[in-house]
Design a protein around this ligand. Structure first.
Ligand code: PLP
Length: 440
């Protein structure tokens, strides 16, 4: 039997073999000046690290774990599918069933294509939007993240903001010049850009509730305004619901907020933890995707039978009417508790929430865009994160991220989290006051 290794040893080995020691940048925990937690297993609302320590987890695999980790029915569906083969590269009945479920659940989606990651979904949706409009430019919002496709890296978003990475190395100037970036919640800037580039504007991509600069809701009228701009200049409105899809409500942000996009990208929750994502929308537009139409997009593992089985099992769990009531209750209790903890400790901060996604900003609030989010006290967030980690509460290791609550977070988990936050915040204040008093 191999001997268990310490987190430090594992991370040192990782750093020799994998860039930065991780397979996705934010996992490195550099944004909170810490070493990454090395996961060994997870179940429900808990994650265990390689030393066996148990944490209450709010990373939730960065969104997919709406029903907690390793949900019994999702695992059973994957096991059962695996017995029949791991991948065929052929159409299966299950893929059709999944397409039926998605088109029934997501209001604006009439036809859908399955892919393997959110990045693939957004890149494919952009290609389709460009082909459908015969235009090149795309408008995105500072602080929204749409995966690591070249066109979107002109923008930024959580990982790049966390690591202070400049926008665009490796992205050609041509690509950058086709991406227009404006502040979130700034309709005047959108209208201005539409006036300037309208005839060249293929699409506006937006996170309808932003989650990649921390949780930032759209101002009332913002999404409606985007719809109007797109309609008046003939551009497509694309909602990137990779994070909000199936989370803020069954039919995503579009159902919750009542604004319909032309195309939607989905990921994360859809596969309950397996790599599957999708893009879809109006049939007239989707029929342009190959082989129905000329817009090429393909994938060896697209519609993989294990991931498809996990997706069907996950989306079946959404039928339970109590899911969103339960999530709302748990996450609003968490929000209230954190707000009280900030107040008690007299730390400047605010807690922004949409359904079961939430961010505690060390900022007086409201946080309406990326500039506000960047203006938060991220150093203090780092200290808070480390304090919470010591108390075995695992938060996303960056102040630019959302915490995700699942149906498996118990009232006890939530209350322990609030109590820990109170203790960590008051210790932070005492520590800072002490340091201030003992300055040379
Ligand atoms: N779009 C949004 C809104 C996301 O939050 C993410 C990932 O965090 C992506 C796209 C990219 O998805 P993936 O990491 O599956 O490529």
């Amino acid at each position: 039997m191999p001997r268990p290794q310490s987190a430090t040893t594992i991370f040192e080995r990782a750093c020799q073999l994998i860039p930065g020691g991780v397979n996705s940048p934010v996992r490195a925990a550099r944004g909170v000046d810490a070493h990454p937690v090395i996961a060994a297993r997870a179940k429900g609302s808990k994650v265990w690290d390689c030393s066996g320590a148990e944490y209450i987890d709010y990373i939730g695999s960065w969104g997919p774990a709406l029903f907690g980790h390793a949900h019994r029915e999702i695992v059973a569906a994957v096991r059962s599918a695996a017995k029949d083969g791991l991948s065929f590269g052929l159409l299966t009945d299950a893929e059709v069933e999944l397409a039926e479920i998605i088109t029934q659940i997501v209001p604006s989606v009439e036809m859908v294509r399955l892919v393997c990651s959110g990045t693939e979904a957004t890149m494919s949706a952009l290609r389709l939007a460009r082909a459908a409009t015969k235009r090149q430019k795309v408008l995105i919002f500072d602080g929204c993240y749409h995966g690591h496709g070249d066109a979107f890296l002109a923008g930024g978003g959580s990982g790049m903001a966390t690591l202070g990475i400049p926008k665009g190395p490796g992205v050609t100037e041509g690509v950058v010049s086709d991406t227009i970036v404006v502040p979130y919640n700034d309709l005047d800037a959108v209208r201005e850009a539409a006036k300037k580039y309208g005839k060249d504007l293929a699409a506006i991509f937006v996170e309808p509730i932003a989650g990649n600069m921390g949780l930032v809701p759209p101002d009332p009228g913002f999404l409606e305004g985007l719809r109007e701009v797109c309609d008046s200049c003939g551009s497509l409105l694309v909602f990137d619901e990779v994070m909000t899809g199936f989370r803020v409500s069954r039919g995503g942000a579009q159902e919750l907020l009542g604004v319909m996009p032309d195309l939607t990208t989905m990921g994360k929750i859809i596969g309950g933890g397996l790599p599957i994502a999708a893009y879809g929308g109006k049939k007239k537009i989707m029929m342009q995707v190959a082989p129905a139409g000329p817009v090429y997009q393909a994938g060896t593992l697209a519609g993989n039978p294990l991931a498809t089985a996990a997706a069907i099992a996950t989306l079946a769990l959404l039928r339970d009417n109590d899911v969103y009531t339960k999530l709302e209750q748990r996450c609003s209790t968490l929000q209230d508790g954190l707000e009280q903890a900030l107040k008690k400790s007299q730390v400047t901060g605010c807690v922004q929430r949409a359904g079961s996604m939430l961010t505690m900003f060390f900022h007086p609030g409201p946080v309406r865009n990326f500039a506000d989010s960047a203006d938060s006290d991220h150093k203090r967030f780092g200290a808070f994160w480390r304090g919470m980690c010591q108390k075995r509460i695992l938060l996303p290791p960056s102040g630019y991220e959302c915490w995700f609550v699942s149906t498996t977070h118990t009232n006890h988990d939530i209350h322990r989290t609030i109590k820990s936050a109170e203790e960590v915040l008051s210790r932070l204040v005492q520590g800072e006051t002490y340091a201030e008093a003992h300055k040379a």
